[in-house]
Design a protein around this ligand. Structure first.
Ligand code: ADP
Ligand code: MG
Length: 251
């Protein structure tokens, strides 16, 4: 795929596994970048499990489509440009039952046919695993790199290493690792609890020679805000650190 003159930088958010927080991290990255005055967009590349519109509270809003292409929907607060298959389906609970090549085609269309306007950053919220869509994105999109998300369980890390190795094999930069659901802080006594054992993200990043971007706690407020479509309201200093670290690679 060709460079898109309307998109300055493109970052894919990946992991080996589902449910580790790719979509939440993707959305939080765009929100924090938008708060810094950057123009950002988010492409929901998880065609069979789209969750971006819900997190941003985009319901019953459809993209404008004309002969020039598809206009992304803008979020209410920060005007983040959003495209998702769910914005194009008749009903949000309608399944998309497509084989790999069709899924890859949808991603190409999201790149070529969507009228992104002047983006500093486009974040791609990827489906789990190392299947057709991640392959298409890594092979054929002008990607600046991938942010990898894991949760602290050994199993999650074992699988996340596959995603990291896939990115490296396809010669794209690994921009860093985010360890999500790393700890929980007691709201009463502030004690920090590690429900999955000691965090391992930092050590694993050193081992694999990739940047460590930071940890995010398990936060019931985050999951509540995601479900309620209020992710633009969510605040956490840890996200700022992660974006600071990520931006080092772009300065
Ligand atoms: N740090 C966190 N604290 C609390 N809940 C979280 C956190 N990260 C993700 N979740 C919740 O876990 C579920 C899966 O997260 P999601 O971002 O959709 O993962 P993925 O995109 O990797 O499948 C969602 O319900 C989300 O709200
Ligand atoms: Mg997801």
């Amino acid at each position: 795929m060709e460079l898109n003159p309307n998109i300055n930088r493109t970052i894919a958010v990946m992991s080996g596994k589902g449910g580790v927080g790719k979509s939440s991290v993707s959305a939080l990255l765009t929100v924090e970048m938008a708060r810094r005055g950057l123009k950002v967009g988010i492409m929901d590349a998880d065609i069979t499990g789209p969750s971006v519109p819900t997190m941003f509270g985009i319901v019953n809003i459809r993209p404008t489509i004309n002969e020039a292409g598809i206009f992304p929907v803008e979020t209410e607060k920060y005007k983040i440009q959003v495209i998702s298959i769910n914005l194009l389906l008749e009903r949000p609970d309608q399944p998309v039952i497509w084989r790999g090549p069709l899924l890859s085609k949808a991603i190409q269309d999201f790149w070529n046919e969507v009228l992104w306007s002047d983006l500093d950053f486009l974040i791609l919220d990827m489906p789990p695993g190392t299947g057709d869509v991640p392959l298409t994105v890594l092979q054929s999109m002008p990607l600046d790199g991938a942010v990898i998300v894991s949760s602290p369980q050994d199993l999650a890390f074992m699988i996340v290493k596959k995603a990291i190795h896939m990115v490296q094999q396809l010669q794209k930069p690994v921009l860093g690792l985010v360890e999500n659901m790393s700890f929980i802080q007691c709201p009463k006594c502030q004690e920090i609890i590690y429900p999955f054992g000691q965090p391992k993200g930092k050590d694993i990043s050193t081992q694999l020679q990739i940047p460590f971007l930071g940890e995010l706690p398990i936060d019931p407020v985050l999951s509540e805000y995601c479900d309620a479509g209020k992710i633009e309201e969510y605040e956490n200093p840890k996200i700022k650190n992660i974006v600071d670290m990520l931006m080092v690679g772009f300065s």
